[in-house]
Design a protein around this ligand. Structure first.
Ligand code: ZN
Length: 684
């Protein structure tokens, strides 16, 4: 439940803060297609790591990439077969590579790579192919028999008919994750986390029977399993583990984790890698909890990683974890900032505008650090987060704390790649606002991530007996809102100057303006005309912005609106009249959402979501899309990874690991499919 994804745009900077380690000549731009831009990211300070640490990163990077097929299969039952087929067509194509059909085919393949399957990574809608069915049929029929990725017993004709329907019929398996609570979200979601014929009611009953409400330390039910229905109509879990579902990929992950274990930085790290391997071998979620505790408590190691079934955004019921991996190491200089914040965690908790009953009397070890990403994989690739807070299990967070990270080199890459894109000129209301954003948005954005991850998610407590899943389909959006509000509220607190983190009492205004602008206006660019807001982070942002817009009417100084939408030259702008009052409103909403979460008030939460987070003014929506179209700012961005090469001596011992960025997007994707695809070996 706990990651921050970037808002519609971050970059508005003309100058970077002095602290940033940036190679001015680094080329961030890799590829641009559909609504996507692909970037590279730098890995500052890689060369300063010891050989042992570099080896560790290398092995963990291998383990990360070996899981790629898992997320593809979780995202859709036919994804791996479709990927293999499309790549074979792409590589064997003899015709004109500049023809309209081939260009459209290439764009579709690039989109599919980016989505780790045939659904958009963010909207979860199925991609619409721009090439014709006739073109597709001709390509499939033109492939030599050896290049057909057939399922067991399948003929060319059967595969063609099946996949033509999957790719071209917009009503068939239309959406990966359906969050429309008025229908059966399991039956209507195309993700591959539930078997044929399984209904939402059946899954809920299945897990309710397993759950013991009195258990203070429940496992994360369903986290590593697909739920299928047997012939007798009974439900059963197919667990992801070495000899179960995804076994061949998990075997490779274990192989590389085992090597990483040998070069671990300390015994604590060795212990949690061992535990993770045991969990992968057995699929036992109790072991996963034990691993999570050991991992959360290791705050010493520089090199760190996530590897497993972690976030549950891909499951309409929010239980099954999507496979991901994130390999990283500490950014020592910037970590001082987050260490200061986390050292004061109890102060922030005690002073938050929340009812005392819902506060943690003792905030447990919120460890926070700033990291540089070294390898992104699975659900964290190519689209990726700029902040993470794990583990997700509530009782582990309460008893053992959590690890919170801000990912600096990724944030930096976003900023640098956006430099001079014209966004400020188009959307920011006036020069003074643009100026404060120029001076302080980079640092306040990063601070927002720190506060959101390190304090926001870790704050507050449930009342005894409240089910952590009580907010159901609104749980993710409300949790994100809670963490964002915590961050927004404290960004304006004088405590941050007192702690030496900000040097200007008005710095927070940069983030406030951006937040309101994004929530009310610019994020609409990510949504197709006629559609509602669906994704959890976007709902959260609109909820906060619209609530403050409404509650602030005539509440600002002099009876003005705290914030308003004004028209200038036919264009809509956000105008903030009273920043301090806005802070109070953020605090008020934080108190209410914390109450909803602590009490498990489903109705209260759902009312907020339905009233503020979902609907869009169609006129404004059209205007926003038109204004963006003149800027060519991609609504979504993601990354390819650098390439790590192990240099070995005559005995095969690794003597160095080098880093380079030699590849295009297409080259990297084809290489991953060739070298890191344990679940598609039958087709090689
Ligand atoms: Zn979050």
């Amino acid at each position: 439940m706990n990651k921050i994804i970037p808002a519609i745009m971050l970059g508005t900077l003309s100058v970077l803060p002095a602290a940033a380690v940036v190679d001015k000549n680094f080329n961030y731009h890799v590829d641009r297609f559909a609504d996507i831009e692909v970037l590279r990211y730098e890995v500052p300070e890689f060369d300063r790591l010891s050989l042992q640490q570099k080896k560790m990163l290398y092995y963990l990077g291998q383990a990360a990439q070996m899981g790629r097929d898992i997320i593809w299969d979780q995202n859709g039952r036919y994804n791996l077969q479709i990927r293999q087929l499309l790549e074979n067509i792409y590589s064997n194509y003899q015709g004109d590579r500049n023809s309209k059909d081939f260009k459209a085919f290439e764009q579709y393949l690039k989109q599919v790579w980016f989505g780790n399957g045939i659904y958009h990574h963010y909207s979860t809608d199925k991609f619409t192919p721009g090439f014709s069915e006739a073109f597709f049929t001709a390509q499939v029929n033109g492939l030599p028999a050896g290049k057909l990725p057939l399922e067991t017993g399948e003929t060319r004709e059967q595969m063609l008919a099946k996949l033509t329907k999957v790719i071209f019929d917009p009503t068939y398996l239309a959406k990966r994750v359906n969050q429309d609570g008025t229908v059966d979200v399991v039956a209507t979601s195309a993700c591959n986390l539930y078997g044929d014929g399984v209904t939402q009611a059946e899954v809920e009953e299945f897990y309710n029977k397993k759950k013991d409400p009195a258990d203070p330390r429940p496992i994360s039910y369903g986290l590593n399993a697909k739920v299928v229905k047997d012939a007798d109509g009974k439900l059963r879990e197919e667990t992801y583990h070495l000899t179960g579902l995804y076994g061949p990929a998990i075997a490779e992950i274990i192989y590389w984790l085992d090597k990483a274990k040998e070069v671990a930085e300390n015994d604590a790290q060795k212990a949690y890698i061992t535990k993770l391997i045991d969990y992968y071998i057995t699929g036992d979620l109790k072991l996963f909890d034990e691993y999570s505790i050991l991992w959360a408590e290791d705050t010493k190691s520089d090199v760190d990683f996530v590897n497993g079934f972690i976030e549950s955004y891909g499951d309409p019921l929010g239980m099954t974890g999507s496979w991901e991996s994130y390999v990283n190491f500490r950014n020592a200089a910037s970590s001082k900032r987050t260490e200061t914040i986390s050292d004061n965690a109890q102060w922030f908790e005690d002073n938050s505008p929340v009812d005392k009953r819902f506060k943690k009397p003792h905030v447990k070890g919120v460890s926070a650090k700033v990291i540089n990403a070294a390898m992104l994989a699975g659900d964290a690739f190519p689209s990726t987060a700029i902040g993470i807070n794990l583990p997700n299990s509530n009782w582990i967070r309460a008893e053992h704390g959590s690890k919170s990270v801000t990912i600096e080199n990724i944030t930096e890459a976003y900023e640098m790649a956006s430099h001079g894109n014209g966004f400020n000129e188009e959307f920011v209301i006036d020069k003074p606002t643009a100026k404060i954003m120029e001076d302080y948005l980079y640092i306040t954005d990063m601070l927002h991530t720190d506060l959101h991850e390190c304090l926001g998610h870790a704050s507050g407590q449930l009342l005894p007996g409240v089910d952590q899943d009580a907010l159901k389909e609104n749980g993710s959006a409300l949790e994100e809102a809670r963490a964002d509000l915590f961050a927004l509220y404290y960004l304006a607190d004088p405590k941050l100057q007192e702690l030496g983190i900000l040097d200007n009492p008005n710095a927070y205004q940069a983030e406030y303006y951006k937040y309101m602008l994004n929530g009310l206006i610019t994020q609409l660019n990510r949504i197709e005309l006629g559609k509602d807001v669906e994704e959890a982070h976007m709902r959260n942002r609109q909820l906060i912005a619209k609530w403050v817009l409404e509650k602030g009417r005539k509440q600002g100084k002099g009876g003005k609106d705290v914030v308003e939408l004004v028209k200038k030259g036919g264009k809509t702008y956000v105008k903030i009249n009273d920043y301090p009052k806005m802070r109070q409103l953020f605090g008020q909403l934080l108190g209410e959402i914390q109450r909803i979460k602590s009490e498990g008030d489903y109705k209260g939460g759902n009312d907020l979501i339905q009233k503020y987070a979902v609907k869009i003014d169609p006129k404004l929506h059209k205007e926003v899309i038109k204004r963006f179209s003149t800027l060519d700012i991609p609504p979504y961005r993601g990354f390819i990874n650098p390439v790590y090469t192990a240099v070995t001596d005559a005995d095969g011992e690794i003597t160095d690991v080098t880093i380079s960025w030699p590849e295009t997007y297409v080259e990297q994707m084809l290489r991953l499919s060739k070298d890191y695809s344990p679940l598609t070996r039958q087709w090689k």
